[in-house]
Each structure stands twice: as structure tokens, then as C-alpha cells.
Design a protein around this ligand. Structure first.
Ligand SMILES: Cc1cc2nc3c(=O)[nH]c(=O)nc-3n(C[C@H](O)[C@H](O)[C@H](O)COP(=O)(O)OP(=O)(O)OC[C@H]3O[C@@H](n4cnc5c(N)ncnc54)[C@H](O)[C@@H]3O)c2cc1C
Length: 497
């Protein structure tokens, strides 16, 4: 039997570009902005990225990219970016293990759901991966304005004559171009300044303790840490308990360790990536949920300066990513448009999909920026929205069920992070190729309908399986488009006794 057939995404080779020289401004050098910058540059556009952080290296701890985001990375520089990324990622691991609070192994599933994901599923230190992509972007000629905080957006001139859009930074720097891609993340100022929305910040009721550190020779002697220090096997595992779930990853021949713990947090919180956490607070949570000594020891070993308490403030969906304008030349993308909770497992991958898709739309629209942005929205809206909502669905599933071996044995796969083909085998570039012309025609013909109806279908739906139910219950993910500033819209089915 030959290898299984699979989609291979092809990077643009720069021949016959649709919009060469288009001046693209990207706000935010997260993975969405970075991908958009790389993909636009590969299509011969001129790209300037404005980012308020001065460097990459230290940002974040562990981030995952699955096949759908990873196939874009795999295609860059004839595979050379993936070659560099693999040694710094979890690449030597057979299974992902799921335990309950009593440390009973509930599920053990392959880390790579399919063999061809070996070069397109990556998990590693966010800062390191970010630095690699940033170096690639710079080598292509992307202009970076680092340490520059955007404080306002400008739209001036007359369409078809001298229209320009751009940004003003706190330092006074002004950058103008043909289009602004606002990839400024969950706290997006663009949503307020460009879309005219109030900040619809929602306290999710949860926060995440998280840390990354290097395992030392001393730690290798600790019996509780030994399984994470194995030079021959990386470790990936998750523990689930009532209102709590945590992950531990170790990689790089037993040298890197990252852990995260999502826990209840009802305080009125502000959001930041750098909010310091306290070991004793984490241990109190673990004690209350009856988590095993092994998890506690991993927490105790975390250097205080590396421990963060990231408050999970998120945003509900918004009805449009475009400003009210006949010819929009700005758009919000990535987490600025749909702020994933980490439990979708898709925040990083979706930001890459968005970045690749927006560049492809700009290319295909051949300089008609407004058309490109409108088509992009309709190609991406339903898919992004359903996957965005899965972050809430998954978390509810982990936290609200008392996980027993009996239940998991009866319903194999119920605890797995859902990775159906419609999510992880999706090629964001090919999807634009498939739908661009038809959606462009709809827009030119002023086809009527709401955004759910006018957009390309998501391709799949969300379901949840509870104790007492035989079939997955499908979520209704639609929301009130007139008043989308409401709280999270997912109507979670009640938990069966
Ligand atoms: C510092 C940081 C650490 C993270 N760590 C992790 C992690 O460890 N694990 C994980 O799974 N996910 C992490 N994430 C989130 C994850 O990277 C994103 O959810 C996902 O990749 C979506 O990317 P994005 O580019 O849409 O948004 P983001 O990654 O949030 O990027 C937005 C970017 O815009 C910049 N920005 C915002 N406002 C302005 C402004 N006014 N002017 C200029 N620049 C601005 C931000 O500094 C940021 O670099 C982190 C995000 C950040 C910003």
C-alpha cells in the first residue's frame, strides 16, 4: 500500500503576481500578522509591519500548530522553515495521554493523527518559533517597525484618486499604504478605532497559570520529574478535573518543560501576558481538585519569574470584520476578529490560515483592495466562527463532566481534542482558489442575505457528548447579528446527572 493521499499546500513562487507593489501595512507581529506579511511578500507586495513589542524571543511558553496551519509553514522556503522548526519542536513523541485527577490514564492517542503530519504539526516555545518566522519574513524583505504602538488609524483621500490608509504610532511615526491588516490580537484597538465597536471584553470566568523552564541535571534526579526528562521521548499529556484542566509538555531531549493549568477565576480581572503567578496559588488549586503529586512537583520546580497567571478575558464573535465604508481598505484578522480560547487548540493554526487567505485574496483581486477584503470575510467567516466557538465547547466538556474510565471506555474519542479532517486537512490557500470568483461575483451582483448565508459554509459543526447520551449533541453556533456585543453565544447543553 502506498502512502495515504493528502493535501499539500503550495507556496506562491512570485511568478505572475496579481498585485505587485501593493503597499500593505500590517498591525501586529503575532502569528497572523507575521503569516500575512510573509504571504503578501511572497506575492511581491511591499509589506510594513508595526508591532509594539521590541523583540520575539521571550514571548509566551508553549504553542501548538496543527496540520491546517502547519501545511502553510511546511510549504515555506521549499521546506527549509519546517526543517529548522522540527528540531526545536515536540517531534519525538508517540502519544498524547489524558488522565483524570486521580492520575488514572483515560485515553492514549497518537500525537500525530496521520503520518503526513510529521512535518506539519509543531508544538514548542512560542518565542523561539516566532523568532524563526520573523527572520524568514525579514529575509524576504518585510519591513519591521518594532517597539511602535499604534494609537490611531487614518483613512484619507479620494477612492480612485489619492486614497491612502495608515496608522499613527505613540512615537509620532506615521505609516501610510493601500491597505491595513489589523492583526492586533484580542485587545485589538482596531476593533474600536476601525470598526467603531465598544470593547466587548468578557471575563471568561477562567484564568491560566502557565510556565516554561529548562530541566536541570538536579531535577532529573527527582522521581516525579523523571518521565519528563527522558532524552529519548518527548512527553505530552493532559489532566482533567472538575473546573480544572492542565497540560504538561516536555521536549528537546528532556530539556524543555512547559505546563498550563486552566482554572476558575471569578475576580474582576485585567488581561496581560505578563501577570506574575504564585506557586502557592497554583498548588491550592491542584489540592482542591485532588490533582496528583507529579503535577504539583512540576509546578513547584517552576522558577518564580517564569510563572504567569494569564487572565482569560476573551471576546465574543462580531458580526463583521470590516468597517462601515463603501470601499473598505482596513480589516481585522486573526485573534482581533475571533479571539480563540486556548481550548480550541486552533488559535495559532487559525491565525496562520487567516494570514495565508488574506494575502491570497489581495493577490487575486489584482489591486481591488475592497473586493479582496470583502471576499476574504465571506470565505473565512463561518469556518472561523464555528472553530472559535469550539474553544468554549471543549472547555465545558473537560470541566463539567466527571471523567471515569467506564465513560471513556464506552465512548472512545470523547475526550480527545476534536481534530476532524474539515479542520486539520484544510488548505486555506486552496480554499481561496476554490471560492474567490464565485464570492466576488456575489459581491458585484449585490447578492442579499446575512453574513452566515452569504459566506462559504464552515465545512463542519460542533458536537458534544455527555454521560447519559448516546449521540453527540450539535451546538447551535449562530448569534444575534444585530447585537453581537453580547456574552459568549454558545448555548451549552445542560450537564446530564
Ligand atoms: C506575547 C504573547 C504571548 C503568547 N503566548 C502564547 C502561548 O504561550 N501559547 C499560546 O497558545 N498562545 C500564545 N499567545 C496567543 C497566540 O499566539 C495567538 O492566540 C494566536 O497565535 C493568534 O495570533 P494573532 O496574531 O491573531 O494575535 P496575537 O498573537 O495576540 O498578536 C497580536 C500582536 O499585535 C500586537 N499589538 C497589539 N496591539 C498593538 C498596537 N496597538 N500597536 C502595535 N502592535 C500591537 C501585539 O503585541 C501582538 O504581538 C500569545 C500571544 C502573545 C501576544
Amino acid at each position: 500500500m502506498g502512502p495515504e493521499p493528502f493535501v499539500k499546500s503550495t507556496a506562491p513562487d512570485g511568478s505572475n503576481p496579481g498585485a505587485p507593489g501593493l503597499e500593505v501595512i500590517v498591525v501586529g507581529l503575532g502569528f497572523c500578522g507575521l503569516t500575512a506579511a510573509i504571504e503578501c511578500r511572497l506575492r511581491k507586495m511591499n509589506v510594513t509591519v508595526v508591532e509594539m513589542y521590541p523583540t520575539s524571543r521571550t514571548q509566551g511558553d508553549v504553542i501548538d500548530f496543527f496540520g491546517n496551519g502547519g501545511m502553510i509553514i511546511e510549504s515555506w522556503d521549499n521546506g527549509r522553515i519546517a526543517d529548522k522548526l522540527l528540531p526545536m519542536s515536540i517531534n519525538n513523541n508517540d502519544t498524547f495521554k489524558i488522565f483524570n485527577a486521580k492520575n488514572e490514564l483515560l485515553v492514549e492517542e497518537p500525537w500525530l493523527s496521520k503520518p503526513h503530519h510529521r512535518r506539519r504539526q509543531f508544538a514548542g516555545h512560542r518565542g523561539e518559533i516566532h523568532e524563526l518566522f520573523t527572520d524568514y519574513a525579514t529575509s524576504l524583505g518585510v519591513q519591521l517597525k518594532l517597539g511602535e504602538q499604534v494609537v490611531d488609524y487614518i483613512d484619507e483621500g479620494v477612492e480612485g484618486v489619492d486614497r491612502k490608509v495608515g496608522v499613527i504610532c505613540k512615537s509620532g511615526l506615521k505609516v501610510m499604504g493601500d491597505v491595513v491588516l489589523c492583526a492586533d490580537g484580542p485587545k485589538s484597538l482596531a476593533r474600536q478605532k476601525v470598526l467603531g465597536l465598544a470593547d466587548n471584553k468578557v471575563n471568561s470566568g477562567y484564568a491560566i497559570f502557565r510556565a516554561h523552564y529548562f530541566l536541570t541535571p538536579e531535577m532529573r534526579k527527582n522521581i516525579h520529574l523523571s518521565r519528563f526528562c527522558d532524552p529519548d521521548h518527548d512527553f505530552t499529556g493532559m489532566w482533567v478535573g472538575t473546573d480544572l484542566h492542565g497540560l504538561i509538555y516536555s521536549w528537546n531531549k528532556g530539556r524543555d518543560l512547559g505546563w498550563v493549568l486552566t482554572h476558575k477565576d471569578e475576580e474582576d480581572i485585567s488581561e496581560s501576558w505578563s501577570f506574575p503567578g504564585k506557586v502557592e496559588d497554583v498548588l491550592a488549586c491542584l489540592d482542591e481538585a485532588g490533582f496528583p503529586e507529579q503535577f504539583k512537583e512540576v509546578v513547584r520546580m517552576s522558577p518564580a519569574k517564569n510563572l504567569l497567571d494569564y487572565k482569560l478575558v476573551w471576546r465574543g464573535p462580531i458580526a463583521t470584520w470590516l468597517p462601515k465604508h463603501d470601499n473598505p481598505r482596513m480589516i481585522v484578522v486573526g485573534d482581533a476578529a475571533h479571539c480563540h480560547l486556548p481550548t480550541s487548540g486552533q488559535g495559532g493554526s487559525q491565525s496562520i490560515e487567516d494570514g495565508a487567505a488574506i494575502a491570497s485574496c489581495l493577490d487575486k483581486a489584482k489591486g481591488d483592495v475592497s473586493l479582496a477584503l470583502r471576499v476574504f470575510e465571506r470565505i473565512r467567516f463561518n469556518r472561523q466562527h464555528v472553530i472559535h466557538m469550539s474553544s468554549v465547547a471543549n472547555r465545558e466538556e473537560y470541566h463539567k463532566v466527571e471523567w471515569t474510565r467506564e465513560f471513556v471506555d464506552k465512548h472512545p474519542g470523547v475526550l480527545s481534542i476534536p481534530r476532524p479532517d474539515w479542520i486539520i486537512e484544510h488548505d486555506a490557500r486552496a480554499n481561496v482558489d476554490e471560492h474567490f470568483d464565485k464570492i466576488a461575483e456575489d459581491i458585484k451582483n449585490d447578492k442579499q442575505g446575512n453574513i452566515f448565508e452569504l459566506s462559504v459554509p464552515a465545512g463542519g459543526q460542533l458536537g458534544i457528548l455527555r454521560p447519559g447520551q448516546e449521540e453527540r449533541e450539535v451546538y447551535d453556533t449562530t448569534f444575534d447579528l444585530e447585537d453581537p456585543s453580547i456574552k459568549p453565544v454558545l448555548r451549552t447543553p445542560s450537564v446530564a446527572a
